[in-house]
Design a protein around this ligand. Structure first.
Ligand SMILES: C[S@@+](CC[C@H](N)C(=O)[O-])C[C@H]1O[C@@H](n2cnc3c(N)ncnc32)[C@H](O)[C@@H]1O
Length: 741
């Protein structure tokens, strides 16, 4: 047992202790830190330079008199809980994560987490000073309200995990599985909005303010709830900030979904889009969404535990300034929502001006067309306070107002009439108490606000819009060549060029080689260039194709489609395209037996453990069964399949493989390789480096560089790692093989 000696059972203290332990192993390296800061800044330029924040983070005085005065006055927390509320706010945030991926992989990973990684934590004890040898267990908490029980909260902060040698395996696990898409690190309360949105595989889902995309990832996971079945719905993830849209691209890439579309708009003025009208083929209808997430920009003061720099800059003005954009985004969300659909409005702010005031304003304007829903039953075991029904907007000089008439002229453009609460007699109309307020001390998390709406009828201003908005495509238009697509100003993405059908130049050889089934829809394949050699071929679901084709001129599409085929001109392969692991899950059901190899566990481990592209494992090393299978199997890209035969497990893995002249190998990126070896219970120790040990062996700069590999899962994943399928480089390998033979 590892006994950690602390003066208090406080995460803050634990953090400091582990920090000291970490420092023993790691000298501070200014050069590496500057490099890390520069990288951070490039990734997220809208945020303040890391150098400023980093300097403060460790020594920030976690106090702000105006914050306390404002929220005490607003009564966001019962008086008897105030001290606990403030005390918790000043502590570091515990780590939380979700296990993701296909059902069988998630179940297998869950077992591994519990049996291997949590046992390490359970062996650690927090010791209270003066209480002898015994301490309190740092027991991981399974979040009772998360579907399938796949989410966990630890009593350790991210820094604790990163800096403590005893936890290096857990740290490596979180980093590697985040890159492989097996785990998503996400703050506990931030997981709530997608859960209460209740996304089903057939839903058209819009995430209006999506970056960096931790909630988008959940929406995609819920959309793919039916394993091995392409959802008929899709997720459109939008953000106004172009650079942050690329965080969404990385997030989506990790999850390999052909059902996601990333767009770059101000969602308060999101364009009206169209969809093919299934009831009347050849005509279109307005695209309305079944589910909308409206996780608006906010003052973020409920994230003080994670972002202590907010203590330094908090002011009443922040909330007042954001109310307007929050209202406009929510209002547009209500317009884009299908009647019968559900919308979730959320913020990470305690401020009623950003929360209930925005909700109330929209409820008032929509006159009963949208209503708040009570979703407490969807969150068993979650502690929260009900929404507020009374608050007093305040000006920057901390004067609180009962009614708009009391607001001095100089503040009237800041404190607006719509920010005030409903009159007591109108309260029953709005059910503001159905909103959910989570305070940090409720279950040792960040704070959060969630309101769930349902649209029960068209909005008052929608009633006059006739269904004629749906437009017929006339016969003569059908025959005309497609009009030149209008390009959006300043919009520079490569085009999305769909295959015309089976007659597309490269398609026949792909179809023939991969034995593609008749029901595969070739028009869902696309490239990103009009002319020249096709390099990567992407796949989207039919509904995404419909949305892109009908609306490309109206919206700024940043990304869509999973990379499914990659050009690989190789004289041993009749088809010039190899498969890509990214798109394999989506296309595998259409690939015929000609290019599939079902191999044994030991053979799969053999190909995965080989990481030398110039020396792929010779077929003679495989079991007789596999040797027999590959004997007459044509060289080139293929699907490697494995199914665990056991009563307790139903693990099924599908990987991209490469049949060489004399060899067989996997074609996976390193994080995926580690993920599969882990699931198979095989040795992956060469990837599980103890950076603390390494630090004592190599110069400082390298150790610091190792640290940089850890990124916030919610912010980014290693795009490079995910992209480079490092376990294989088909063409090169073949060349080596040929030379050898
Ligand atoms: C609270 S963050 C969203 C977090 C995200 N939902 C997640 O879970 O990872 C708010 C986001 O809204 C974006 N944003 C701000 N104003 C916007 C607008 N008018 N339209 C669309 N997005 C906006 C910001 O760029 C920011 O990425």
């Amino acid at each position: 047992m590892i006994l950690l000696n602390f003066t208090q059972i406080r995460l803050l203290t634990l953090g400091n202790y582990l920090k000291r332990m970490g420092r023993k192993n790691r000298q501070f390296n200014k050069f590496a830190q500057r490099k890390r800061e520069r990288k951070e800044q490039e990734k997220n330029p809208q945020e303040k330079p890391a150098a400023d924040t980093r300097k403060h983070y460790e020594d920030i005085v976690r106090e702000n008199a105006a914050f306390e005065e404002y929220y005490k006055n607003q009564k966001v927390c019962p008086e008897e809980e105030w001290d606990t509320f403030m005390k918790t706010l000043k502590e570091n945030l515990p780590t939380a994560f979700r296990i993701t991926g296909s059902k069988c992989e998630a179940a297998a990973l869950m077992k591994i987490v519990q049996s291997q990684y949590f046992s390490e934590i359970l062996n650690m004890k927090l010791q209270v000073e003066g209480e002898g040898e015994q301490g309190e267990e740092i027991k991981p908490i399974n979040l009772p309200w998360y579907p399938g029980g796949y989410a966990w909260q630890l009593r350790l902060s991210r820094t604790d995990i990163r800096r403590n040698e005893a936890l290096y395996k857990l740290h490596n696990f979180l980093v590697a599985e985040t890159a492989a898409g097996g785990v998503s690190r996400q703050e506990t309360v931030s997981m709530i909005p997608p859960v209460v949105l209740d996304v089903q595989p057939h839903h058209k889902v819009l995430d209006m303010c999506a970056a960096p995309g931790s909630k988008t990832a959940q929406l995609i996971e819920f959309l793919h709830a039916e394993e091995d079945k392409m959802p008929t719905g899709f997720v459109m993830a939008n953000d106004v900030d172009n650079s942050r849209c690329y965080m969404l691209v990385h997030q989506a890439k990790r999850l390999n979904s052909p059902c996601i579309l990333i767009t770059n708009h101000d969602s308060a003025v999101m364009p009206a889009l169209e969809l093919t009208n299934e009831q009347n083929p050849g005509s279109t209808k307005p695209l309305k969404f079944d589910r909308i997430l409206c996780d608006v920009p906010c003052s973020g003061d409920a994230t003080l535990r994670k972002n202590p720099d907010i203590w330094l800059k908090w002011s009443t003005g922040n909330g007042n300034n954001l109310h307007g954009i929050q209202y406009r985004v929510l209002k547009r969300g209500c317009e884009l929502l299908e009647v019968g659909g559900r919308l979730v409005y959320s913020t990470c702010s305690f401020n009623p001006v950003e929360n209930e005031a925005v909700v109330h304003r929209v409820l008032q304007e929509t006159a009963g067309a949208v209503q708040l829903v009570d979703v407490a039953a969807m969150l068993p075991g979650l502690k929260f306070h009900k929404g507020m029904t009374y608050w007093r907007p305040a000006s920057k000089d901390m004067v609180f107002y009962e009614k708009y008439e009391d607001v001095p002229e100089k503040w009237q453009t800041v404190v607006r009439p719509q920010m005030f609460p409903p009159k007591p007699e109108d309260l029953p109309k709005y059910n503001l108490d159905r909103c959910i307020r989570i305070l940090p001390h409720h279950q040792d998390t960040g704070g959060f606000f969630v309101a769930v709406f349902e649209k029960v009828s068209p909005l008052p201003w929608e009633k006059d819009i006739k269904p004629a908005e749906s437009s017929e495509v006339k016969e003569e238009e059908k025959k005309e060549p497609p009009k030149k697509k209008r390009r959006m100003g300043g919009y520079r993405e490569d085009p999305f060029v769909f295959f015309s059908g089976e007659e597309e130049d490269v398609y026949p050889s792909i179809k023939e080689f991969y034995d593609l089934q008749q029901d595969f829809n070739a028009t869902c394949l696309l490239t990103r260039c009009h002319v020249g050699k096709k390099k990567n071929i992407y796949l989207v679901s039919p509904i995404v194709k419909d949305v892109v084709s009908l609306n490309e001129g109206k919206m700024k599409i940043i990304n869509t489609g999973v990379k499914t085929f990659v050009r690989c001109d190789n004289k041993n392969m009749v088809c010039p395209f190899r498969l890509s692991q990214e798109g394999l899950q989506s296309i595998t059901q259409f690939i015929g037996p000609k290019r599939r190899l079902r191999i044994l566990k030991e053979d799969l481990i053999l190909v995965l453990q080989n990481d030398n592209p110039s020396k792929p494992p010779d077929v003679k090393l495989f079991t007789e069964q596999t040797q027999e299978l590959v004997k007459d199997f044509a060289t080139g890209s293929c699907v490697l399949e494995y199914k665990e035969e056991g009563q307790e497990s139903n693990l099924e893995l599908t990987l991209v493989g490469w049949r060489g002249v004399h060899s067989l190998r996997a074609y996976t990126a390193t994080p995926d390789t580690v993920h599969y070896l882990r699931l198979l219970g095989a040795d992956y120790s060469k990837y599980d480096v103890n950076k603390f040990k390494k630090a004592s062996e190599v110069p400082d700069a390298e150790t610091e560089a190792n640290d940089v590999t850890e990124t916030d899962a919610t912010e980014s994943t290693s795009a490079a790692a995910a992209d480079s399928e490092t376990n294989g480089a088909g063409a090169d390998i073949e060349m080596v093989e040929q030379n050898a033979s």
